[in-house]
Design a binder for this molecule. Structure first.
Ligand SMILES: [Zn+2]
Ligand SMILES: [Zn+2]
Length: 154
């Protein structure tokens, strides 16, 4: 979803973050996709309009945006972080075949909780459910039948 300059300014202001052209470009690129891109993906995208922007700036800026609570970072494979501008509570469908990540909104999952006895004094502030499996494209390609990643990523 493409944000207007006013919407952008408001979101940055809400989080007490100064909006610079680079931050705005990176955040806009992330808000415009549901694919949960890596920093490298975002750099490739943002570079088209901001040729001077370096990969390091993108990494650093994503860290700033994450600290401000404007983006989420997920890493299901312990290699490359994936970023998400959707900060409303949601869950993920994670494909083991092509590593796609799809958002999943489900109120029943939002209501999950841990019983007091099991928490052992742990103070829960939130949760996110991830379902592992194979996306429709991978299923059509038959990738779910060989399941090469099944054990490793369980
Ligand atoms: Zn897939
Ligand atoms: Zn997401």
């Amino acid at each position: 979803m493409r944000l207007t300059p006013d919407e952008m300014r408001m979101r940055f202001r809400e989080r007490g973050l100064k909006m610079t052209p680079q931050r705005a470009a990176i955040y806009q690129a992330l808000a415009g996709t549901v694919s949960h891109p890596t920093a490298e993906d975002l750099h490739r995208h943002v570079r088209r309009q901001h040729p001077m922007i370096s990969p390091n700036t993108v990494y650093y800026t994503l860290g700033v945006l994450r600290e401000a609570g404007l983006v989420h970072e997920v890493n299901y494979w312990h290699d490359r972080s994936r970023f998400d501008a959707n900060i409303t509570p949601h869950h993920h469908l994670v494909c083991l075949g092509c590593r796609s990540i799809q958002d999943l909104t489900d109120e029943a999952l939002d209501r999950l909780s841990v019983s007091g006895r099991l928490k052992g004094g742990f103070e829960v502030t939130g949760h996110r459910v991830e379902f592992h499996g194979y996306c429709s494209t991978c299923c059509r390609a038959g990738r779910h039948l060989s399941r090469p990643d099944h054990r490793r990523h369980r």
